[in-house]
Design a protein around this ligand. Structure first.
Ligand code: AOF
Ligand code: ZN
Length: 355
């Protein structure tokens, strides 16, 4: 591993501390390294984007530099996981800050795909005489911000499919009979994931037969970390008494027919003559929903798989047998990891070719 990669790895580590707090912004980390010619490089500042709407990583890193080290900035390299911004958003441009501090060099993983930035940050820095290197640990940077890149490049949220299946490949009993397939540890994992994504989605059968609450209970959720609930109810026939319609969390109901009942939630009526899922995803994009965890059932999961509208798959495989029932979707994609979670095994795969 090169020196650049080592410092960038630290910046990526810092960036990840923003997980669950910065969406729809990217997670960004920054490390400032002073390089005296006769000594080992030394970190003099670190920071990350901690909260949506708040200071960017570069600002926090510059702020963290001790007053005594301020004079070292013109001989320092700034490692930042994403191209410094060039626009006036919720905060002034980070590129301007780095220019005003007269840093020597800026090294990044990725260019910012946000059309407001998209190369203009680098251009500003270069025009000010600052050396710019990009593409260091680019893969890791894209993976870390897969949600942000998907939103910016594909104009839709990042889609995670999640299910639990038995060793013989079933995810529910016959007639949608609900059976607990994965163990308690796996359930805690799912609740943590709910804090990490913007929204959770279920299809009509799951809403009707499981009556899920789709909130975070088995993991400590910070304020603002309860996800939006999304339910598909094409015919508008789900009972208004479902937990999903209790008004306890923001809930989006996608339908083709305005339901005539007292359910609580925002109803979005889509056009019947156009494909349902692309319309739903376009609407979520408009709402700046950056990621969706699809938790079932098979109809929804298979529709997303068939349309190629998925990015990541997380499957708990339990050692138990069911002997019959509803078949789980086919596991596919590039395997990232297989790890034991309690008695289950968690398979994580990514779509090698999102549309
Ligand atoms: C950076 N450093 O740490 C982050 C950046 O609304 P704002 O002002 O917070 O701007 C959000 C946009 O800024 C976001 O879409 C992305 O393009 C960039 N995020 N840029 O230089 C950071 N979080
Ligand atoms: Zn910025």
């Amino acid at each position: 591993m090169t020196t650049h990669e080592q410092f960038m790895l630290r910046a990526l580590e810092l960036a990840a501390l923003g997980r669950g707090f910065v969406s729809p912004n990217p997670m960004v980390g920054c490390v400032i390294v002073y390089e005296a010619s006769d000594r080992e490089p030394r970190i003099i500042g670190e920071g990350w984007h901690r909260q949506y709407g708040s200071w960017h990583a570069e600002v926090n890193a510059v702020q963290s530099v001790a007053a005594a080290d301020d004079a070292l900035l013109p001989e320092s390299t700034v490692y930042v996981t994403l191209e410094p911004c060039s626009h006036f958003g919720k905060t002034p441009p980070c590129a301007d800050l780095l220019i005003s501090k007269r840093v020597k060099r800026v090294i990044c993983c990725n260019d910012d795909p946000n059309p407001l930035v998209a190369g203009k940050g680098f251009q500003k820095l270069r025009e000010a005489g600052i050396e710019v290197i990009t593409g260091v640990l680019a893969e890791q940077g894209r993976r870390l911000n897969a949600r942000f890149f998907t939103m910016m490049e594909q104009q839709r949220p990042y889609i995670l499919l999640k299910w639990a299946e038995t060793a013989d490949g079933y995810l529910a009993g016959p007639d949608f009979r609900q059976v607990q397939i994965s163990g308690p540890m796996a359930q805690r994992f799912v609740h943590r994931w709910r804090t990490e994504e913007d929204a959770i989605m279920v299809g009509t059968n799951t809403a009707r037969h499981d009556n899920p609450k789709l909130n975070v209970r088995l993991w400590p959720a910070q304020p603002g970390q309860q996800p939006i609930r999304i339910v598909i109810d094409k015919n508008g026939t789900l009972p208004e008494t479902l937990h999903l319609f209790d008004g306890s969390q923001p809930t989006l109901i996608y339908t083709l027919k305005q339901p005539q009942d007292a359910r609580r939630g925002e109803v979005i009526v889509l056009h019947p003559e156009q494909d349902f899922l692309p319309q739903l995803l376009a609407d979520l994009h408009k709402r700046k929903v950056q990621s969706v965890l699809a938790e079932g059932g098979t109809t929804l999961l298979n529709s997303l798989l068939d349309a190629g509208l998925w990015d990541e798959m997380r499957v708990f495989r339990s050692p138990n047998l069911l002997g019959g029932g509803i078949k789980a979707p086919t596991i596919q994609g590039t395997l990232l990891s297989r790890e034991p979670v309690g008695d289950d095994e968690l398979w994580t795969l990514v779509n090698p070719s999102p549309l």
